[in-house]
Design a protein around this ligand. Structure first.
Ligand code: GDP
Ligand code: IMO
Ligand code: MG
Length: 440
């Protein structure tokens, strides 16, 4: 190992959609490589460039910068039809795309994975996870079960046919006998996958070697997490999670770059919290008795909180410092980006969750630490500190000192409660609407 390359991870600290795309775009403008290391087209990352909005799903946010090499690492999963479609759409919009490299080790989401995702969700009824329906879970199941299809298989017709047939011998039995569905036919599917394989062939290369060499040559590599800490299959709110390691450690396993190469971990958190899909969310504001449904609707409306991938309205709640402190810890964050502070403008006061009351076997207890027991977490009732609000618009402010005192106090409280320095603050959706503070 040589060189003084920089490895920077951008990771979500909540349940996704924190604004990672914008932060990656900003920090990535100084990067040579941007790598997606987990998840697939379940992600929806928004980047606004010259007034044009781009929603990226499979592709790293670096793809919009022609100077940057974008890499889809081995830990990510690729739906070849979606990926080729996304590339085509960007080209049609006249974007001068950067170079793309796809790891031959990345697993492939085939149409039957999507089918399995859908029928499993239906069968789970009230226990459904509320997945994006993109086949992510079943693709990672096949990876762990060791009968998955990988990007390298798309480049070799006979080998792909053998792998798909072997997989479908099991999958078709599951579809028919467990879910009472018709079986899936190999032929048309293999041909369609091979056509995509031909389109993707020029991009398939040994990504781990490329990135390590680049770091040896003092390059800057930015690792862009899909999903977020609380959706991580190990560290999130299991089973209401996605199926990959979104947390910073996933940047290493998902790219083939060792932990000693990571020099900075930027945790991205919204100034409030949103979640799509099911699962516990202690600070959520709903229409239920005792909750603050109207304020939840207000946040959803002001923050334009609609899913980029599925269009579903996002669930909304107040900033949860129990979650952010836990997430900063498991990711080893060096600093934080706090996005969408502008959305909170106009509130007379703003609650911030500083602890939970949780039901344990010994009775109710107050804690500042996120409970590892999922039932205790599901019982968590937020304990709030009320911080002063501000009424002056802060949209587009790029200097911390220009923020109203109450907004500065809010950021300083988030910083203290999360045990992590806030180095970037989002004051609007556009690229320039960001405050850069004590850069790490
Ligand atoms: P990601 O999945 O983490 O990349 O986030 P999404 O793109 O799904 O959702 C974040 C949304 O917030 C996008 O519509 C962004 O354009 C927008 N956004 C990001 N940062 C800011 C900010 O500081 N202020 C405002 N108002 N919008 C922001
Ligand atoms: P970005 O990268 C928000 C959620 C789904 C569901 C759970 C499992 O834009 O932040 P899956 O389809 O992955 O099996 O669904 O995870 N989910 C996301 N929520 N943002 C995302 O990505 C998400 N990707 C998955 O809503 O609750
Ligand atoms: Mg998103």
């Amino acid at each position: 190992m040589t060189g003084t390359g920089k490895g920077i991870v951008v990771v979500g600290l909540q349940w996704g959609d924190e604004g990672k795309g914008k932060v990656t775009d900003l920090v990535g403008s100084q990067a040579d490589y941007v790598v997606r290391y987990n998840g697939g087209d379940n992600a929806g990352h928004t980047v606004i460039l010259d007034g044009e909005t781009y929603a990226l799903h499979s592709l790293p946010s670096g793809i919009l910068n022609s100077r940057v090499t974008s890499v889809i690492g081995n830990g990510a999963v690729v739906d070849p039809q979606e990926l080729t479609g996304e590339l085509r759409t960007l080209r049609e919009r006249g974007v001068h795309l950067g170079r793309l490299v796809i790891s031959p080790l990345a697993h492939v989401t085939a149409p039957f994975h999507r089918l399995l995702d859908g029928v499993r969700e239906t069968a789970l009824r009230n226990g459904r996870i509320g997945t994006t329906g993109r086949g992510i879970g079943p693709t990672y199941v096949d990876k762990a079960r060791r009968n998955g299809i990988r990007v390298q298989d798309l480049l070799d017709g006979p080998r792909l046919r053998v792998k798909v047939e072997a997989n479908l011998r099991l999958t078709n039995r599951v579809l028919e006998q467990v879910y009472s569905q018709s079986s899936v036919d190999t032929e048309g599917m293999v041909d369609a996958l091979l056509r995509c394989g031909e389109e993707l062939r020029p991009f398939v290369d040994d990504a781990a070697r490329l990135l390590n060499r680049a770091l040896d040559d003092s390059a800057t590599v930015l690792f862009e997490g899909g999903q977020a800490t609380m959706l991580d299959v190990d560290h999130g709110t299991y089973p209401f999670v996605s199926s990959s390691n979104a947390t910073a450690g996933g940047a290493c396993t998902g790219s083939g770059v060792g932990p000693t190469r990571i020099t900075r971990v930027i945790g991205v958190a919204k100034a409030y919290v949103t979640r799509v899909g099911s699962g516990p969310f202690p600070t959520e504001m709903t229409g239920k008795p005792g909750a603050d449904g109207e304020k939840g609707d207000w946040l959803r409306h002001h923050g334009h909180e609609l899913g980029v991938t599925t269009g579903r309205p996002r669930r909304t709640g107040w900033f949860d410092a129990v979650v952010s402190r836990y997430a900063a810890m498991v990711n080893g964050c060096s600093d934080m980006a706090l996005t969408k502070l502008d959305v909170l403008t106009g509130l007379p006061s703003i609650p911030v969750c500083v602890a939970y009351d949780v039901r344990t076997r010994e009775g109710w207890k107050r804690t500042r630490d996120l409970p590892v027991n999922s039932e205790e977490f599901a019982s968590a009732k937020p304990v709030y500190d009320e911080l002063p609000g501000w009424s002056e618009p802060i949209d587009g402010i790029a200097n911390f000192a220009k923020l109203p005192v109450a907004a500065r106090t809010y950021v300083e409280n988030v910083e203290k409660l999360s045990d992590c320095a806030v180095s970037l603050i989002g004051t609007g959706a556009e690229r320039e609407s960001i405050i850069k503070r004590h850069m790490v």
